[in-house]
Design a protein around this ligand. Structure first.
Ligand code: SAM
Length: 269
């Protein structure tokens, strides 16, 4: 008999998301700090300001706040915003986390003084459905950055000749809660520039098991499409290209682009 999964939005269960992604937090934060040192603006007095569009459960917001950064994060999902604020309060940390969108935050939020760092990891950028909205997003981030400030943008680039179904699996646990997450993507459609995604979660909480399924569509970017998009925002330059190993010593050239990519973008003076 087929296993039944309840259709839901997995971002409305921030704890489950957090259990899966939290183990990556230390090396990601380490990378962000090293990137600032290597590619960022000269150090200045006062706290370094960091902005995280689509900050999810706030794992990176909290980690940077703990290291002394003045952090602003925003997310579309109210449950994620509430969870982030609860975790900050519980840890005695201060940061600003509010509801807004990747597409409209430039108009919706008063962001205050310029940021030295912005970051948006694990392909969240691909939720932006059109090139026009993606361009507006990049411009809004550029406008929020200090000269020399960085936008670290991590996303999986698309190979349109990919014909098979791709699968990834994550497993995590916190106390009695065990989460298994299977993400599946179908071959990208080069005409609509979309790929269909599905996340299936099996969550064991003591004796109780829940099975949920979330489907969504991502915008796709080949290396060339991503470079073309970036070229439309001249106030951002590519300072470096890394990958999802978050190894600051390992960088790539533009000609080598075809993988899980971390663009280190820099606001031109
Ligand atoms: C893969 S999670 C990444 C969260 C966080 N950046 C991290 O690294 O853990 C993607 C997040 O994007 C948010 N999201 C999706 N579409 C969005 C949009 N249009 N504007 C703002 N947030 C969005 C979701 O609610 C979710 O929290």
């Amino acid at each position: 008999m087929a296993t039944r999964f309840t259709t839901t939005d997995w971002y409305s269960e921030p704890e489950w998301y957090d259990i899966i992604y939290e183990p990556d937090t230390p090396r990601e934060v380490e990378f962000l700090e090293r990137a600032l040192e290597v590619y960022g603006p000269p150090r200045r007095r006062g706290r370094t300001r960091a902005l995280e569009p689509a900050c999810g459960s706030g794992r990176l917001v909290a980690a940077l706040a703990r290291r002394g950064y003045a952090v602003t994060g925003f997310d579309l999902e109210p449950e994620m915003v509430a969870y982030s604020n609860r975790r900050l309060r519980a840890a005695g940390l201060r940061a600003r986390v509010v509801r807004s969108s990747l597409e409209r935050f430039g108009d919706e939020l008063r962001l205050g003084p310029p940021f030295q760092l912005a970051h948006c990891l694990v392909s969240s950028f691909k939720y932006i459905a059109s090139d026009a909205a993606a361009r507006a997003h990049l411009q809004a981030v550029a406008d929020a950055l200090a000269p020399g400030g960085l936008y670290v943008l991590g996303l999986h680039l698309t190979k349109y000749d990919e014909t098979g179904v791709q699968r990834e699996r994550w497993v995590g646990a916190r106390g009695p809660v065990h989460v298994v997450c299977n993400v599946q993507s179908w071959p990208p459609d080069p005409r609509s520039r979309t790929e269909r995604m599905r996340a299936r979660l099996r969550v064991q909480d003591g004796a109780r098991e829940r099975r949920t399924e979330t489907k969504w569509t991502w915008r796709t970017y080949s290396p060339r499409q991503m470079l073309a998009l970036l070229a439309t925002v001249p106030s951002l330059e590519i300072a470096a290209i890394h990958d999802f190993t978050y190894d600051i010593e390992q960088s790539w050239t533009i000609d080598e682009l075809d993988f899980d990519t971390l663009f280190v973008l820099r606001r031109r003076p």
